[in-house]
Design a protein around this ligand. Structure first.
Ligand SMILES: Cc1ncc(C[n+]2csc(CCOP(=O)(O)OP(=O)(O)O)c2C)c(N)n1
Length: 640
């Protein structure tokens, strides 16, 4: 049977479809998502929940002339399916395939790339202002979820957009009451109250209509205005959006195409800043996801018939080690508290929360607040552990400097997904943290080479009297046995993993294990490498590294972070400061963004797995004379 979806290459093809046909198309899009994502894995429940919103927007608007800006972009699969990417949909998030987020190079219908939450309203403000400057008339819509609305950035944008009465801008709020986990906070409660008042809009209109038919003088109008405001406050506590200067339309059933289309047209007519509050169900149309949208936010491949996830991994991930160890540490030290910014599951803190609920804070998608909140706690004698993915902590850079480091507060930053994160692509690769953390005065920066060392770093972190951080990779480590009572690792002390005199391989975190793999391969070629596990990029174990550098006469640093300003740079600077002019080859992420793909494959392509490192070391040992100009020494060497 031919599908309507077969005839949709571009949103313009929606023109002329009847409402029943659009509804049929919604069903087909859901089927397509279920079939494909059951094979590839990917974001799931958010996409099933955004099908009607996508079709309503694209059937009313004229994209790409009208701008639809998706927040995060993890819910853009229906949009991708009707904007000419259906034939590549099976490649989503795969190396060389289409991205799991919006991508400007993929389609003219993708205006902004994202991956981090809360950017859409700000970007839409930019598009709307640019339109006005040029005298254009297109509609600009930011589609944002209730989770992303909790970000500081989104609040800043609302503040700005609501004030700009002359600037037409639609914010379509996709409210499913979920972030990844259930949404938390006062804003979320405020939205819940709006949900409970579906008759508000009607009441408001009727009230205004009646009042305008009563002949009243100016004073009376003024008085009535105040009464009306009072009634508004009663009907919708807070009147959040209207008080901010937006016209509030809703709540609208976010799965009723007709209501959504009407609301979008109405918003266009009203002009100025308008919020359409659409109520949706995450996972809509697939029973297991409707029942457990938290679990189905994103998924690995599954059986579409049963909903059974295929490759249930029993591997003990670093996140699990983190949670297990922190529980033990918090058992013994009542000052320890944990903070997550809307990632209780991903960071492992869900487990910790079960044991220490009163000492676990989910502050919503608010990384900046999480860090300054931690600073306040630390100033008051508490030991906050801030668990945030490396990539999302970028949001809070000023808070780390300004609110933690300057005052030297004992805040412990635990950066999950440090290094190549994989199939979420450039917005999610945690490759900048080594460089951005090591430049901060007072900050200690650690990375473990295995789970046991990680436990010792966690034990050290909660005891350290100042700012300290540990970064660890996505997924499981090499499988080192865990202990119940990890002893704190002494700060700034590295270790030698392997003796050798031909070259010193100095690794940091993942890099140490990979260097060890490379050393065994090199031994087959008669090259004996000394391998150092630096453990700390700050403070560096200078003595250990200097001795190895002088003895071997060549140094290769290995890290899964950016080369520029990273661990290798730290080693190079230190050697230079000590007048040790040996050749230094810095292996790490070159100066470009790393696209999506499986973590292992990306590391291999970057030459950062054992064989890749061994290749580079062989080139160095065989090809480069000992007295090479310094400029070349720190540059990547051409492969022979
Ligand atoms: C700054 C930032 N922090 C954390 C995340 C991780 N994250 C991805 S989607 C998501 C929840 C988004 O919730 P919402 O905007 O309501 O969209 P929904 O998935 O419910 O449709 C979170 C926390 C992120 N993308 N960006």
């Amino acid at each position: 049977m031919t599908k309507i979806l077969d005839s949709i290459q571009d949103p313009a093809d929606l023109t002329g479809l009847t409402l029943p046909e659009l509804k049929q198309l919604a069903t087909e899009i859901r089927e397509e998502i279920i079939q494909n994502i059951s094979v590839t894995g990917g974001h799931f429940a958010p996409n099933l929940g955004a099908v009607e919103i996508t079709l309503a927007l694209h059937s009313v608007l004229d994209s790409p002339r009208d701008k639809i800006i998706w927040d995060v972009g993890h819910q853009s699969y229906p949009h991708k399916l009707i904007t000419g990417r259906r034939h590549r949909f099976h490649t989503i998030k795969q190396l060389g395939g289409i991205s799991g987020y919006c991508k400007r190079s993929e389609s003219p219908h993708d205006h902004i790339e994202a991956g981090h939450g809360g950017t859409s309203i700000s970007a839409a403000c930019g598009f709307a202002r640019a339109r006005d400057l040029r005298g254009g008339r297109e509609t600009v819509v930011a589609v944002i979820g209730d989770g992303s609305l909790t970000t500081g950035l989104a609040q800043e944008a609302l503040n700005n957009a609501g004030h700009a009465k002359d600037c037409n801008l639609i914010v379509l709020l996709n409210d499913n009451q979920m972030s990844i986990a259930p949404n938390v906070g006062a804003l979320s409660e405020c939205l819940a109250r709006m949900r409970a008042e579906p008759h508000y809009l009607w009441a408001k209109r009727e009230g205004e209509r009646v009042m305008h038919h009563i002949p009243l003088g100016d004073r009376s109008w003024e008085a009535l205005g105040k009464v009306k405001d009072g009634v508004k406050q009663l009907v919708i506590p807070g009147m959040f959006f209207e008080e901010l200067g937006f016209t509030y339309l809703g709540p609208v059933d976010g799965h009723c195409l007709e209501s959504l289309q009407n609301a979008i047209r109405q918003a266009q007519r009203i002009g100025g800043p308008v919020v359409i509050h659409a109520l949706t169900q995450k996972g809509k149309g697939y029973e297991p996801a409707e029942k457990d949208p938290f679990k189905w936010h994103a998924t690995t491949p599954f059986d579409p018939e049963t909903g059974e996830v295929k490759s249930k991994s029993s591997a003990v991930t670093y996140s699990k080690v983190f949670a297990k160890t922190l529980i033990r540490l918090a058992d013994r030290d009542p000052r320890i508290v944990a903070i997550t910014a809307a990632m209780p599951d991903g960071t492992g803190l869900l487990e910790y929360q079960k044991v220490h609920p009163e000492r676990c804070f989910d502050v919503a998608m608010a990384e900046q607040h999480a860090v300054t909140f931690a600073a306040g706690l630390a100033a008051a004698g508490i030991r906050p552990v801030v668990a945030i993915y490396s990539t999302f902590l970028q949001r809070a850079y000023d808070q780390i400097i300004h609110d933690v480091c300057i005052m030297n507060f004992p805040v412990f930053f635990c950066l999950d997904r440090g290094g190549i994160a994989g199939d979420d692509g450039p917005t999610h690769q945690g490759v900048f943290d080594i460089a951005y953390m090591r430049s901060l005065p007072n900050m200690v920066v650690m990375a473990p080479r295995d789970e046991a060392e990680f436990q010792r770093m966690l034990a050290a972190g909660v005891k350290h009297p100042g700012p300290i951080s540990v970064r660890y990779p996505r997924g499981a480590g090499p499988g080192a046995p865990l202990v119940d009572d990890p002893q704190p690792l002494p700060i700034g002390v590295g270790e030698t993993l392997r003796e050798g005199n031909d070259v010193a391989l100095v690794g940091f975190g993942y890099g140490s294990g990979a260097a060890l793999d490379a050393a065994s391969l090199l031994a087959d070629d008669g090259i004996e490498a000394c391998v150092i596990n630096a453990r700390f990029v700050k403070p560096l174990d200078e003595e250990l590294i200097l001795e190895a550098a002088r003895r071997c006469g060549r140094v290769v640093t290995v890290e899964d972070g950016v080369r520029m300003g990273g661990f290798g740079s730290a080693v190079l600077e230190m050697l230079q400061d000590h007048g040790c002019r040996v050749p230094v080859l810095r292996l790490g992420i070159p100066d470009h963004f790393v696209e999506h793909g499986k973590r292992e494959k990306l590391l291999e392509n970057l030459g950062l797995d054992g064989p890749g490192i061994a290749r580079s070391v062989r080139d160095l040992v065989r090809g480069i004379p000992s007295e090479v100009p310094r400029m070349e020494l720190s540059a990547p060497l051409p492969r022979g």
